[in-house]
Design a binder for this molecule. Sequence first.
Ligand code: GTP
Ligand code: MG
Length: 390
Amino acid sequence: MDTLISLAQEGVEVLRQTPVHILLLSLVSTCCGIALFLYVALCFVAPVPRSARRSEKTYVTILPDGSKSQAKELPCWIDQWRAQKELAKRRGAPAPKLEEADLFMSVVVPAYNEEQRLGGMLEEAVSYLQDQYGSAYDGEKGSSKEKGWEILIVSDGSTDKTVEKALEFAREHQLSQHPIPVPGPWTPKPTHFHHIPHGSIRVITLEQNRGKGGAVTHGMRHVRGRYAVFADADGASRFDDLGKLVQECKAAEDKLGRAVGVGSRAHLVGSEAVVKRSKLRNFLMHSFHLLLRLMTPPATAAIKDTQCGFKLFSRPSLPYIVPYMHSEGWIFDVEMLMLAESASIPMREVAIGWKEVMGSKLNVIWDSLGMAWGLAVLRASWALGVYKRD
Ligand SMILES: Nc1nc2c(ncn2[C@@H]2O[C@H](COP(=O)(O)OP(=O)(O)OP(=O)(O)O)[C@@H](O)[C@H]2O)c(=O)[nH]1
Ligand SMILES: [Mg+2]
């Protein structure tokens, strides 16, 4: 004990005798050393999304005769926009605008082994889309009409019959003479069947599983709509609430037409749907929200439900978000919101209907740990400049 005290006294004496500028210099160099170490460590652990493979830049659909199409090239607005941006930079011209939308609403459905749940979700989606937005691509590019829709199903390396089920659904809804609608979480006894226009459902297959974030981002790169929404394949979110998201988004759009509508289940906390979940899951959900509030910038931190799989983007907001996405897993929603916030894009949280649907693939403990780690890496990578906008 005595030795410890005398050692401490010696240390204090040395500090007292060292000139202040030397002390400051050592402090600054220690901080710089730590920051450099963190930066280098982050460069190793921060996720870098794999680039899309050749076949992943194609889609298949159902042709008017009911056969499956050949793989067709997926139009990618980012590739075109990047090329135009590069050209504009060389000429010293202002950044280009995104090319006009081909249709009104694009729906991206990430699907990983969803042969069981996908049909009901699609039924509810197409009945809303067909009622609201009528026939698909009507050829009037740049039209101000609120017409036309498409669904992009991104099978995320599924090993079951997700792709076959999606195509079967499209075939049935294009051709069927004896239609039978598929029951879904919100319509267990559906009464209406909608015939859909040819080619309005496109199926994209990722060769290897990327995670929900990777699948959603991939889909978002290829949307043709004036608005693009992503929606989970389980149909847990009430699809009819898309109208509310569109309304809120429109009301919030800035001068550039940018806005994000964030579907939210926050109003359901305390309701049967949430209480029914295990105590552990609810505890982890609250801990995650606390972490989010502490670690994210103010507008993102103010969103009460960042994880809801139902978010709408107006087309002009896409170039500020989608090209800069890194997260492949469950934390990708937070990255989308943070990117929107850093570009000052207005965000509106909109209460939607939501139901617990059997068959979730979320591993409560493992995925919660992964999300906490992902959030820390994400936040540090943007803060320290490992990730940056070009
Ligand atoms: N689990 C998982 N889902 C993926 C993956 N890629 C895409 N998804 C899709 O992500 C969506 C959400 O998956 P769910 O298993 O319902 O998880 P969740 O909705 O976040 O959690 P719950 O509230 O329990 O339903 C579904 O459309 C999945 O098919 C992946 O790699 N893993
Ligand atoms: Mg779900």
